[in-house]
Design a protein around this ligand. Structure first.
Ligand code: AVJ
Length: 331
């Protein structure tokens, strides 16, 4: 009896993927980013429970076109993508709810491509929930959730003997500077085997009005998403930020081809960060950079992939060239 139980597959098990370098926590990032000039914080701290909910709501606003366009591209081209990459494993970086991946798994089912699915995410509850739903929906599918920070954990991925399709979707690449993105793609190339593919979703440079609206939605949800970061800091660092003293700002920096999102102090005031044993003084108009969202040109995406040794297999564009989905292979 005991043995039978021990042998049963664990439904809530995630394979831990250790980071290869030290990854700072919020306290460390706040010390290096918030106490410095100019002030900034990494965007990963947006996603506590309410932040994740708010992001889902952003995706449903009429102005935020990215999620819809990427899903449409995946739906339209999933069979082609699976056919061209014939994966034995799909490894998704930052899989979250794995919602978009269903399009690829549907195509696998239709093409009788019985591959494994390895969602890689930092959020254990999201991994367990997504794995449960996918196992229920795709009976043939073996799901191996990988738990960790994929930016620091690539070198510690479990060994796999077979072709892998790496998926990095959602324009997450936009959160990195162009230099960091090139570096990360190089790291990824380093852990790919010959014949493996990368499926990359990236947002494109376009009219600044369209970009501006996508990050300044009329219902103010992006503003709430941005301001929610202050609640995260209050809770996690024992800080006393008063959200009403800040405004959301998202501007398109044309020279650098990116949206920059800030929290702007509306008054001169001081904030205490108890857990860091310090306080900061903010002057009126002072900004905290909370997120970058880089927008790419078509050639730039292709050159960046080529520069790290990947060859373009497909490049799908949304109408108006608003969004790109690229499939690239390691030769
Ligand atoms: C999840 C990083 C792709 O940059 O568009 C949406 C996050 N921030 N609205 C993006 C976000 C404000 C989003 N990414």
């Amino acid at each position: 009896m005991r043995q039978a139980r021990a042998a049963a597959p664990r439904q809530d098990y995630c394979v831990p993927v250790a980071p290869v370098r030290h990854v700072p926590d919020l306290a460390g990032d706040a010390r290096s980013g918030l106490l410095a000039a100019p002030r900034s914080l990494p965007p990963k701290y947006f996603y506590d429970d309410s932040g994740s909910r708010l992001f889902e709501q952003i995706c449903a606003t009429p102005e935020y076109y990215l999620t819809r366009l990427e899903l449409a591209l995946l739906q339209g081209h999933a069979a082609d993508i699976i056919g061209a990459s014939s994966p034995e494993r799909i490894l998704e970086l930052g899989s979250g709810s794995s919602r978009k991946t269903r399009t690829l798994l549907d195509a696998c089912a239709a093409l009788q491509c019985r591959c494994l699915y390895a969602p890689f995410d930092i959020c254990e509850s999201a991994l367990i929930e997504a794995a449960g739903e996918l196992r229920a929906e795709f009976h043939w599918l073996q799901v191996t959730p990988l738990l960790g920070d994929y930016q620091a954990g690539l070198d510690n991925l479990p060994a796999f003997d077979g072709r892998t399709l790496f998926a990095w979707l959602g324009s997450t690449i936009g959160n990195l500077t162009r230099g960091q993105a090139a570096q990360f793609l190089g790291d990824l190339h380093g852990c790919m085997q010959s014949g493996d593919c990368l499926l990359l979703g990236a947002d494109r440079v376009k009219d600044r009005e369209v970009l501006h609206a996508a990050y300044n939605d009329g219902a103010g949800i992006t503003a709430r998403f941005n301001l929610n970061l202050l609640q995260v800091l209050n809770r996690e660092l024992g800080a006393d930020f008063i959200p009403a003293r800040f405004a959301h700002e998202a501007v398109f920096n044309e020279d650098l081809g990116r949206i920059e999102m800030y929290l702007v102090s509306l008054a001169d005031h001081a904030v205490t960060l108890h857990r860091l044993n310090t306080s900061i003084r903010l002057v009126r108009g002072e900004r905290i950079l909370t997120e970058l969202s880089c927008k790419y040109r078509r050639e730039e995406l292709e050159e960046m992939l080529a520069a790290c040794g990947l060859s373009i297999v497909r490049h799908f564009e949304a109408p108006g060239a608003w969004y790109s989905l690229l499939l690239a292979a390691k030769p």
